[in-house]
Design a protein around this ligand. Structure first.
Ligand SMILES: C[S@@+](CC[C@H](N)C(=O)[O-])C[C@H]1O[C@@H](n2cnc3c(N)ncnc32)[C@H](O)[C@@H]1O
Length: 223
């Protein structure tokens, strides 16, 4: 069993604490580690991007245990997460190959550069996606980690809509859903929009309390 990264110090009233969803991603990456490390990506040194990195546990896990020679970029709108994620990575990883950007999703990235994209989004159905607090000390940063709008899909759908401009050819995205997001229907609609261009598979599914979580892999096929 691969080691879970240590998070040196984090204030979990401001930063998302790793939970069942984070650990589902870790378990998946452990299961498919040979596939991940043997695949030929568009770039010989693959670019791995995690959107909404939170504590940085997922990126640090991949960097430490699975793809130590990749380049890592983690993003988050929450400034507290950006500080903690950088710290988590340097505490656990062996090489200096990771950076964190405070931004919305992947907004500052050049198009079609990402080889592996990971997103454990705010997937909980809620009246609306919270506004980004103006003040670092605002107590509502955690709401941004959870609330995903009426079907929990507002933020994830934005990523899906721009996946073809984020991923490099042969690139793949690992995106987490809860059952209330209706992931099968989401995938069906996604594939209908660009037939033949994507291979989408459900990679892992697990009950977490009363929630059913799953991770889907979206692979951009060669044109
Ligand atoms: C469910 S948490 C996942 C945290 C971490 N990746 C994990 O698995 O433990 C979702 C994260 O997405 C971040 N987030 C929410 N909206 C975002 C956006 N528009 N752009 C970037 N990050 C966002 C939140 O601040 C939070 O850290």
């Amino acid at each position: 069993m691969l080691e879970t990264p240590i998070i040196p110090s984090a204030d979990y009233s401001k930063v998302y604490e790793p939970a069942e969803d984070s650990y589902l991603l870790l378990d998946l990456f452990e299961q498919i580690r040979c596939e991940l490390s043997s695949k030929r990506y568009a770039h010989s040194v693959p670019l791995v991007v995690e959107i909404g990195t939170g504590s940085g546990v997922v990126t640090a896990f991949l960097n430490k245990n699975i793809l130590p020679k990749a380049l890592y970029l983690a993003t988050d709108v929450n400034p507290h997460s950006c500080v903690i994620a950088a710290r988590t990575n340097s505490h656990n990883a062996t090489s200096y190959n990771m950076d964190v950007i405070r931004c919305d999703l992947t907004s500052p990235l050049l198009t079609e550069k990402v080889d592996i994209l990971i997103f454990n989004p705010p997937y909980v159905p809620a009246e609306k996606v919270p506004e980004i607090p103006k003040d670092d000390k605002d107590p509502r940063w955690l709401d941004l980690a959870l609330d995903g709008g009426p079907t929990g899909m507002d933020i994830t759908q934005r990523v899906l809509d721009s996946l073809h401009t984020i991923l490099a050819l042969k690139g793949e995205a690992y995106i987490l859903f809860c059952a209330r997001n209706q992931p099968d229907k989401v995938v069906e609609d996604f594939k209908k929009k660009s037939p033949g261009k994507w291979d989408v598979t459900m990679e892992i599914r697990r009950k977490a309390g009363w929630e059913m979580l799953s991770v889907y892999k979206f692979v951009r096929l060669c044109e």
